[in-house]
Design a binder for this molecule. Structure first.
Ligand SMILES: *Cc1c(COP(=O)(O)O)cnc(C)c1O
Length: 371
């Protein structure tokens, strides 16, 4: 039997003694009167890092999105515009609230929502536009915010993939009416599972605060008394302790992600028929997921790419399928860019502790396929 190369994971968290120390401390002390201590610290620290006034830690980004949309009053008969290229987690809360997700095409350069297509999709029923910053790339926020202003529709940022990303000097997640983040184990900063709702709108913060606490208004003096039907999407104090440790290391975590993308781009970015995560002058790419999109003339397909990586035990992942092609939704054949790009693209492994040799092995597969 030939010797198998060691496997290369596509992501995994960067965990040091600091996370272990914080989690241990929370486990020993974070009970009774201190049971929210790390949660409050994580919320304040994360909000300050992004540049938002208020934060609510949640069990997931999906939960944060659902509460934010619910607090905006979105429900049956309403439409929410989002990119067809998206993780299902961005669309599911819209559907759970009884509203209709309106899937529009992406731009071929940013792989994010096309503002012109979003503009064309606005109807009297449109209640929000979700800007998902895909793979650390940034949406065209100037155009989306102008569109929102024009129609008085809130723009929401799904910044789950955009920790460390900036647009004209502003952090991703600081520009929308509210934003959501994910601390799932695959994300740049992790708490295992977890998320965050951020906003600088005090009224929206108060509404989500009530929803997040089983619908109990903070001013309510009666015990065990709910004022509205709320949610239970809370983060635990032990998870928040891990988040606090990660937050102390946030600059290193994002720097390493960017370093890995830069290394890949240095080696592959100039090859004919290869496009990677863009970084125009006004943008700092968060580099969550280094991704290669191959030109049609290379003949490379999702299936060929997956097979080539699997053969050498490298876990490279497919580019998001258009949500509108999935069985719960109505197909939108006009979303040509979303349908086309995903058939000739691949996400490359990018966990923080990757070695130069591992990056080299990944690059060699692509060079081999293009040779
Ligand atoms: C990861 C992710 C989510 C979901 O995050 P969870 O914490 O798993 O709920 C939502 N949107 C996008 C764009 C994501 O990448």
């Amino acid at each position: 039997m030939p010797v198998q190369p060691p496997p290369i994971a596509y992501t995994k968290p960067s965990i040091t003694e600091l996370e272990v120390e914080f989690a241990t401390h929370a486990t020993r002390t974070g009970w009774g009167a201190d049971c929210y201590a790390y949660i409050a610290r994580f919320e304040q620290g994360f909000a300050a890092h992004i540049g938002a006034a208020h934060a609510i830690a949640t069990s997931s980004c999906t939960g944060a999105m659902q509460m934010g949309l619910a607090a905006l009053g979105i429900g049956p008969g309403d439409e929410v515009i989002l990119a067809d290229t998206n993780w299902i987690a961005t669309a599911a809360p819209i559907a759970h609230l009884g509203a209709t997700p309106i899937f529009v095409d992406i731009r071929p350069d940013t792989w994010c929502i096309d503002p012109e297509r979003a503009a064309a999709a606005v109807t009297p029923r449109t209640r929000a536009i979700v800007a998902t910053h895909l793979y650390g790339n940034l949406c065209d926020m100037d155009a989306l915010l102008a569109l929102g202003d024009k129609h008085d529709i809130p723009v929401i940022e799904d910044a789950a993939e955009a920790i460390g990303a900036q647009y004209r000097g502003r952090a991703a997640g600081s520009m929308g009416r509210f934003s959501t983040f994910s601390f799932h184990g695959t994300k740049t900063l992790t708490t295992g599972e977890g998320g965050m709702f951020l906003t600088s709108d005090p009224e929206l913060y108060a509404r989500v605060g009530t929803l997040a606490n089983h619908g109990r208004d903070p001013a309510q003096t009666r015990q065990f008394w709910a004022d509205v039907i709320g949610y239970k999407f809370k983060m635990s104090n032990v998870q928040a302790a891990i988040g606090c440790a990660q937050l102390e290391r946030i600059d290193d975590l994002t720097r390493r992600k960017r370093e890995i993308l830069t290394t890949y781009k240095g080696r592959l970015g100039h090859l004919a028929g290869v496009a990677m995560n863009p970084e125009p002058d006004h943008v700092v790419n968060g580099a969550w997921m280094p991704t290669v999109v191959f030109a049609p003339e290379t003949g490379l397909t999702r299936e060929r790419l997956q097979a080539a990586f699997a053969k050498v035990r490298i876990d490279a992942r497919v580019f998001f399928w258009p949500l509108s092609e999935q069985p719960m939704f109505t197909p939108v054949p006009d979303n040509r860019v979303a349908r086309d790009i995903c058939a000739r693209a691949i996400n490359l492994p990018s966990y923080h502790d990757m070695t130069a040799e591992e990056i080299d092995r990944v690059c060699a597969v692509i060079e081999g396929l293009l040779a």
